[in-house]
Design a binder for this molecule. Structure first.
Ligand SMILES: Cc1cc2nc3c(=O)[nH]c(=O)nc-3n(C[C@H](O)[C@H](O)[C@H](O)COP(=O)(O)O)c2cc1C
Length: 215
């Protein structure tokens, strides 16, 4: 592990939602490594319905801040990754998913099943179900990006405080896009956020069934 990197365990333990950033530019090699970590996340049927818009230019960060309840860290961060889901991604990407899968050893029986199941499953979704499905997939990639940034020595801030329609307009997103969350990346300026603590495992984890303690 390079000296300037943290272990994953350390990154998970030490991460805080950064309140304020210094704003120095982020090298594009680091940015790409962070993005690549997210793109390796698992997704339902490997449909990878996530899409990311990386906002770095000062004027665009200012516009994005205005769409994000004026949260200063949107403008202060080195980069903001706007994590989105494409409701229609599967329609366009199914063939490519199957092609890549076959190239990687996907059995024909699996491919045939997926070719039928993916449209059957996803085309029946209500708007609400699709939003839930996209949130689930996109947040996995988002979390991998956040943790990779922390491993590389960056500070991060996840943000759900934004106005959907305004972000869509600012980034000129297609109508099929749904904005899931913003990830600000940079270096901490000033004191870090307090540690809000976590509920005890006895409060949030059960063993075998609801209400039974984990042995
Ligand atoms: C999906 C998500 C959205 C969040 N949105 C915001 C936000 O818009 N603004 C903000 O200041 N913090 C936001 N937070 C940070 C939370 O307040 C923070 O994670 C929580 O208080 C725990 O603190 P910690 O991340 O430092 O452990 C968000 C966190 C998550 C996971």
């Amino acid at each position: 592990m390079p000296a300037n990197q943290k272990s994953l365990a350390q990154a998970i333990r030490e991460r805080r939602s950064t309140p304020s950033f210094t704003g120095e530019p982020i090298p594009s090699s680091d940015l790409r490594q962070i993005l690549d970590a997210g793109l390796h996340a698992p997704s339902g049927y490997n449909m990878q319905p996530w899409r990311f818009v990386v906002v770095q230019h000062a004027e665009q960060r200012k516009r994005l801040r205005a769409a994000s309840y004026n949260q200063a860290k949107v403008e202060e961060a080195s980069a903001v990754i706007v994590a989105c889901g494409d409701r229609d991604g599967w329609r366009k990407d199914l063939d490519e998913m199957l092609r890549m899968g076959r190239a990687g050893g996907m059995p024909e029986s699996y491919a045939a099943q997926a070719e039928n199941s993916v449209p059957a499953y996803l085309s029946g979704f209500s708007e609400l179900q699709m939003t839930g499905w996209l949130n689930k997939q996109v947040m996995l990639a988002f979390t991998s990006m956040m943790l990779m940034a922390e491993v590389l020595g960056y500070d991060t801030a996840p943000m759900e405080g934004f106005e959907q329609q305004k972000v869509c307009e600012t980034l000129k997103l297609p109508l099929s896009y749904w904005v899931v969350s913003l990830l600000a990346i940079g270096h901490l300026r000033g004191p870090d956020k307090f540690d809000g603590g976590r509920f005890a495992m006895t409060h949030t984890v059960f063993g075998e069934e609801f209400g039974k303690p984990l042995k």
